[in-house]
Write a protein that binds this ligand. Structure first.
Ligand code: ASP
Length: 448
């Protein structure tokens, strides 16, 4: 059994919905279909989810949201008409949106989620109808009725443990289940959404719940690329990644999707395949628990800007019991997460994300470091970028660091920091933001 999830660009217009139906019909193992709301048809277009947020905002500020609702209905109407589906579907969508607008609930967060969830809910109804019209025995599944129970803050929901047992029953249905992504219900029966992009989470939860053989994630690219194509054009496709490689790469800003979103599938050990709706026969990228054969030393290079280093020096720091604990507490008190911490004998660098470390925070931390820890020297450097080279094969190859540092030297990039993860499947380099692109191009040339 396969769970397949289609993102917004795969459902943006009638032509795309037709492709989705074709893909589902082509493989009888595709038993559960998770859909996003229709996305952008071209660069200047709006995503239906953003249009629904505008509906909610108007309604929250006392308006009727009538104009915004009509614009959303129009998006669905175009798909319905072009696919020759019944007009009653669009009437039902209009009625559904108006009912959400007329909700007696006045809590802005509740109203916001009620509207946001409408994008996926109505898209799933349309896709179920389009599949039926194509002769596929498909039915819309209401997440609340199926038991997608969530808790937490609005827009940040997480599944309750019983959700998995509830959703397992979908595996027994005869019809193909068309399940809207992005939302579920609280125990109290309120609609609640995941973070943006959360249909990936719905798909991963379902894949885990039914213990799928494969979780197919359909998007608009052929595969994951080894390097960001904006930095290295014609970058090579990655045929397969392990869960651990995916985690390391997505930490450092790797594209396609965020590993946290697919965590439920990873925990259940379900392999994930990233595929292109526009070229479904291409193999895509497989993300698997472990690699059977040893392949390349490095599978991908990722990078992320916006880090900042707090360099701390104190003579005999290594002998001072509790120094690190007190150092951590200073950052903890400011609510700043420590990302990395390369260290020497009498010195340590604390690397944090710059957006969590503004000037005022920096000032307070510096003051505490001087007065509470009595450090000899402190310096803060901003504009740091981290570059990660990742590959399970690194463990078995000698000379990776030499090759990488040579490439960085050739690019004229000064290495501010260097760290090999304890797991030995990644190596991280800190360089100045301005050297980042050149450094990556040089690394890509060396390894690929
Ligand atoms: N439609 C939602 C969003 O735009 C969820 C998703 O597409 O995954 O964020």
């Amino acid at each position: 059994m396969k769970v397949c999830k289609f993102g917004g660009s795969s459902l943006a217009d009638a032509g795309q919905v037709a492709k989705v139906c074709e893909i589902v019909a082509a493989d009888p193992d595709r038993r559960i279909v998770v859909v996003s709301a229709p996305g952008k048809r071209h660069a200047a277009d709006s995503k239906v989810t953003d249009m629904l947020i505008a509906c909610a905002q108007d309604r929250i500020s006392g308006g009727s949201a009538a104009g915004q609702i009509a614009a959303v209905v129009q998006r669905y109407a175009e798909i319905q008409e072009e696919l020759g589906l019944s007009a009653s579907l669009v009437n039902a969508i209009r009625a559904d949106l108006e009912a959400r607008g007329a909700s007696a609930d006045q809590d802005p967060e509740v109203l916001m989620d009620l509207f946001k969830a409408a994008g996926e809910a109505n898209c799933a109804k349309l896709v179920a109808a389009a599949l039926q019209a194509r002769g596929v025995n498909a039915e819309y599944v209401d997440p609340g009725e199926a038991g997608m129970l969530l808790e937490g803050e609005h827009g940040q929901a997480v599944p309750l443990p019983e959700t998995y047992g509830n959703l397992k029953k979908l595996a027994d249905r005869d019809a193909v289940s068309v399940f809207p992504g992005f939302f579920g219900k609280t125990r109290e029966g309120r609609v609640i959404t995941f973070p943006r992009g959360g249909s990936d989470i719905t798909g991963a939860i379902l894949a885990a719940a039914v213990n799928a053989d494969l979780y197919e994630n359909f998007t608009d690219v052929d595969s994951v690329l080894a390097v960001d194509p904006r930095i290295v054009p014609n970058s090579r496709p990655v045929a397969n990644l392990t869960y651990a490689e995916m985690r390391e790469l997505s930490y450092a800003g790797f594209s396609v999707f965020h590993d946290e979103a697919i965590q439920p599938a990873i925990e259940a050990g379900v392999p994930i395949c990233i595929k292109n709706t526009n070229a479904p026969l291409n193999p895509g990228t497989m993300i698997v628990p472990a690699r059977e054969t040893e392949t390349d030393e490095v599978v991908g290079i990722a990078s992320d800007a916006g880090f900042c280093t707090v360099f701390i020096k104190k003579y005999l720091m290594n002998r001072e019991v509790g120094f690190l604990r007190r150092l951590f507490e200073i950052f903890e008190a400011e609510g700043v997460s420590i990302e990395h911490m390369p260290s020497g004998i009498d010195n340590i660098s604390v690397i944090v994300r710059a957006d969590r470390f503004d000037d005022a925070t920096e000032h307070r931390v510096m003051h505490k470091l001087k007065t509470e820890l009595g450090v000899d020297e402190i310096a803060v450097e901003r504009d740091l970028a981290l570059i990660m080279i990742v590959g399970e094969g690194m463990r078995f190859h000698v000379g990776i660091a030499a090759k990488a540092t040579q490439a960085l030297a050739e690019a004229g990039a000064n290495i501010e920091m260097m760290n090999q993860g304890a797991s030995e499947i990644s190596m991280m380099f800190g360089v100045k933001d301005r050297d980042r692109e050149r450094a990556i191009q040089s690394l890509a040339k060396a390894f690929f």
